[in-house]
Design a protein around this ligand. Structure first.
Ligand SMILES: NCc1[nH]cc(CCC(=O)O)c1CC(=O)O
Length: 312
């Protein structure tokens, strides 16, 4: 596609964490390749979010949805930036009026990595070992599978968490393999946890790019780099989450895979203390992802006892 000579640099908004910057750079590289552009056609604009500012409290206590996205979406609506690069795992299921997800990049590894200086695999952790995590999902899944483990709150970037492990604050932690791969830190992972053991978070490993509705220049650019299978999988997972009204207060996991011409969606909801899990799966046509997601959510909701969501 030919771009006009007077093309202003496209402003790419992102958080400033090393992972967010790696994702913004990947986005720029894909756009450069698709349109044969130089780096100067883009400007990477770093925006600090509430989630970045508050480092000393569990994410679930600060206010749930949109902690890492609100300020970036405001900048997009204010035309301070033109596109915003997000880890879809952190994205609320609804975008503010006037904004939409314009494309997805090819999904990375969806699995959680097991990280520990003491044990190669989760199964090798001795009874009573301490695991650090800030994720309600991982906490609930772990409490369900290994009620003997002690779980402590763990925040901060990969480096901070590795220091905490080295200092003995915990014996092990979990990190998304996708983040480690994108940071070139794959060797931090001892082993990968298969989805059969710990179903990942909805959208784990997927990068989405948000834009203003009706921004013609940007629509075409993003269409050119959209990874369709990722978009199809995310449609199912995010519809599942939306129907369950997923917030950071609710342990929910979901993963869609494409098998031939079918979409296979697995999902689960848990009590925060891990005392109960409700699981299900559904298969259907790839193009029906969103309705498969809603259907699976309904099946799980029907199985949930009345008080299942009562901690909310
Ligand atoms: N909630 C923080 C977050 N958001 C996205 C990733 C990793 C990358 C991804 O899943 O795309 C992480 C860190 C983690 O869970 O280890």
């Amino acid at each position: 596609m030919q771009l006009p000579d007077s093309f202003n640099p496209l402003k790419i908004g992102t958080r400033g964490s090393p992972l967010a910057l790696a994702q913004a750079h990947e986005t720029r590289a894909r756009l450069m390749a698709a349109f044969d552009l130089m780096e100067d056609a883009f400007e990477i604009v770093v925006i600090k979010t509430t989630g970045d500012r508050i480092q000393d409290r569990p994410l679930s206590q600060i206010g749930g949805k949109g902690l890492f996205t609100r300020e970036i979406e405001e900048a997009l609506l204010d035309r301070y930036i033109d596109i915003a690069v997000h880890s879809m795992k952190d994205m609320p299921t609804r975008q503010p009026k006037g904004l939409t997800i314009g494309c997805y990049l090819p999904r990375e590894d969806v699995r959680d990595a097991f990280v520990s200086p003491h044990a190669l695999r989760l199964a090798d952790l001795p009874n009573g070992a301490i695991v650090g995590t800030s994720s309600l999902r991982r906490r609930a899944q772990l409490a369900n599978r290994r009620p003997d483990l002690k779980i402590v709150e763990f925040r901060g970037n990969v480096q901070t968490r590795m220091e905490k492990l080295a200092n003995g604050v915990a014996h092990a932690t979990f990190l998304a393999m996708a983040g480690l791969n994108r940071l070139g830190l794959a060797d931090v992972a001892n082993t990968m946890i298969e989805p059969e053991i710990m179903l990942p978070a909805v959208a784990q490993g997927a990068i989405g790019i948000e834009r203003r509705v009706g921004d013609k220049r940007v629509v075409k650019m993003l269409q050119a780099i959209n990874h369709k299978p990722t978009a199809q999988r995310l449609a199912a997972e995010r519809a599942f989450l939306k129907k369950l009204d997923g917030s950071c207060q609710t342990p929910i996991a979901g993963l869609a895979l494409i098998e031939g011409n079918q979409l296979w969606l697995r999902g689960e909801i848990l009590r925060p203390d891990g005392s109960e899990v409700i699981r299900g799966e559904i298969r259907g046509s790839i193009k029906d992802g969103a309705s498969l997601g809603r259907d699976l959510a309904e099946v799980l909701l029907m199985q949930a006892p009345k008080d299942f969501f009562s901690w909310k």
